[in-house]
Design a protein around this ligand. Structure first.
Ligand code: NYM
Ligand code: MG
Length: 210
């Protein structure tokens, strides 16, 4: 019916606690899709390269303080600035592989005690992912991958809270992956899922959160 030149790209989001393997799996997926000649772009939030991203970076590095509600809104703003280029890319047939998105925003901020529904509001209307791939790992196992770094939030107690908040956001459509699987096996499963998501998204409109 429609020609391939009209096929849009897919918005594939990776979520999960720190040390769940998101960055590794995103990169592997991007490289594999590129090798197949697919149009693909790797994004990550926060995007630390923009002015808002630099403020966020200073906050995460404990070099500055901000109120919980203000930093929450800044993380959201950091996503909204990317929306025009994201929509353009999707329209042009480029699949976006995104390392963290609005679900991180809500999970991390609500883990501090902010109201979960309030936390969702600033991101309402963002392009909705065609798939959320959640890398599930017990914090116990994530800790064994090495100590957390020095950034804010990188403690066992806080990560336990984040994992509990993520659970509240999960819908039946999330792809729950066992992040303890060997890297290549996990990537093989993710690649199969991504291939189907890309095929299914081609002629579907881009949705909106939430
Ligand atoms: N984070 C990330 C938030 O608190 N809110 C958000 O909206 C996003 C996207 O930033 N510990 C937190 C989660 C991470 C930290 O992310 C930095 P990364 O993926 O380590 O660069
Ligand atoms: Mg980190």
């Amino acid at each position: 019916m429609s020609t391939s030149s009209l096929a849009r790209g897919a918005l594939i989001v990776f979520e999960g606690c720190d040390r769940s393997g998101k960055s590794t799996q995103c990169l592997m997926l991007v490289e594999r899709l590129k090798a197949l000649g697919k149009r693909v772009q790797h994004l990550r939030f926060p995007d630390r390269s923009t002015p808002t991203g630099q403020k966020i970076n200073a906050y995460l590095a404990n070099a500055s303080e901000m109120q919980d509600d203000k930093i929450h809104q800044l993380f959201s703003e950091n996503r909204w600035e990317a929306v025009p280029s994201m929509l353009e890319a999707l329209k042009n047939g480029t699949t976006l592989v995104v390392d963290r998105y609005a679900f991180s925003g809500v999970a991390f901020s609500s883990a501090k005690g902010l109201d979960l529904e309030w936390c969702k509001k600033p991101d309402a209307g963002l392009p909705a992912p065609d798939a959320v791939i959640y890398l599930d790992i017990p914090i116990e196992a994530a800790m064994k991958r090495g100590d957390f770094g020095n950034e804010r939030y990188e403690t066992r107690a806080f990560q336990e809270k984040v994992a509990a908040q993520y659970k509240k956001l999960q819908t039946p459509s999330w792809m729950m992956m066992d992040a303890r699987l060997p890297i290549d096996q996990l990537q093989a499963d993710i690649f199969n899922i991504a291939s189907k998501v890309i095929a299914d998204a081609q002629n579907a409109p881009v949705g909106k959160l939430w």
